[in-house]
Design a protein around this ligand. Sequence first.
Ligand code: C2E
Ligand code: MG
Ligand code: MG
Ligand code: MG
Length: 284
Amino acid sequence: DSKRRSRNAWQAFTPALAQTQADRLWMETHLRRAADNGEFHLVYQPQVDLLSGRVVAAEALIRWQNHLLGELRPDRFISHAETTGDIVRIGSWVLREACRQVAAWRDAGLGIVRVAVNVSYRQFVGEDLAEAVQRILDEFHLPGAALELEFTERVLIEDAPDTLRTFADLREMGVVLTIDDFGEGYSALNYLRRLPIHGLKLSQLFVEGVPTNHSDVAVCQAVVGIARSLGLGLVAEGVESEAQRQFLLRLGVPIAQGFLFAPGLKPDEFARRLEQGGLHPSTH
Ligand code: C2E
Ligand code: MG
Ligand code: MG
Ligand code: MG
């Protein structure tokens, strides 16, 4: 009957179905209200030094808590927000909130010195990103080095007229610049030479298969080689197992992130774990 059908349709609002026009409209309407209603929050995933087990930074990951849908992961709504342009407002909220949080942690003497924020390619168009970042750093009395910006190769393809200038300005401010999901996209090694970046994040896509899958091993070795010969930092993403950790350590990858250490944590949980002596896998 129709009542049951509509209830099922409601429950079946899944990523696969989010492609229909009605669902897209629904998503866009609620996304627009979400920022005003304070429905977003950030969780923080530690980046761990593989040799010492020390936490060197935290990546801020957005979550959307909706009273009807529960908690939504960014894969469900970021691309919608990029299409509508809402990502610009959401993105500046994320930047400010992450900086507020890392300033609080630094003031509390927690030993966490840097927060990494994901930046959409849309944030490089229009408003001056470097200027916006400087305003926020000033507001919280943070040095540029307290902030890391992760962007994907998409930024380089879109090639907004002021992108290179923005990168140069951010680097000048001491902000750490990193290419996220490296190897997944449209990697042209050419831009690695001309961009003033600090590091790469080895995509989870390849970390997943090591140490057993031969082609994933080969890609990881190649990325380590590229980072090393260009003098770039390297963070491995999506490390879930002890075997992966040991493989990456032997390969010379300095820093890793993944469920083996911790998922994204609420700020108080993050602070508690740090106080309890870090997040080395042998400690839990
Ligand atoms: P990302 O920046 O590559 O973030 C890593 C994603 O992998 C996160 O998913 C994280 O929870 C997940 N992850 C971490 N460790 C593991 C692991 O060991 N195993 C597995 N299977 N997954 C792991 P999340 O939080 O759902 O974020 C997905 C993507 O959404 C992010 O990928 C990023 O591209 C985007 N995103 C997240 N927050 C923001 C934001 O504030 N702004 C923008 N523009 N994009 C964001
Ligand atoms: Mg990221
Ligand atoms: Mg990534
Ligand atoms: Mg990703």
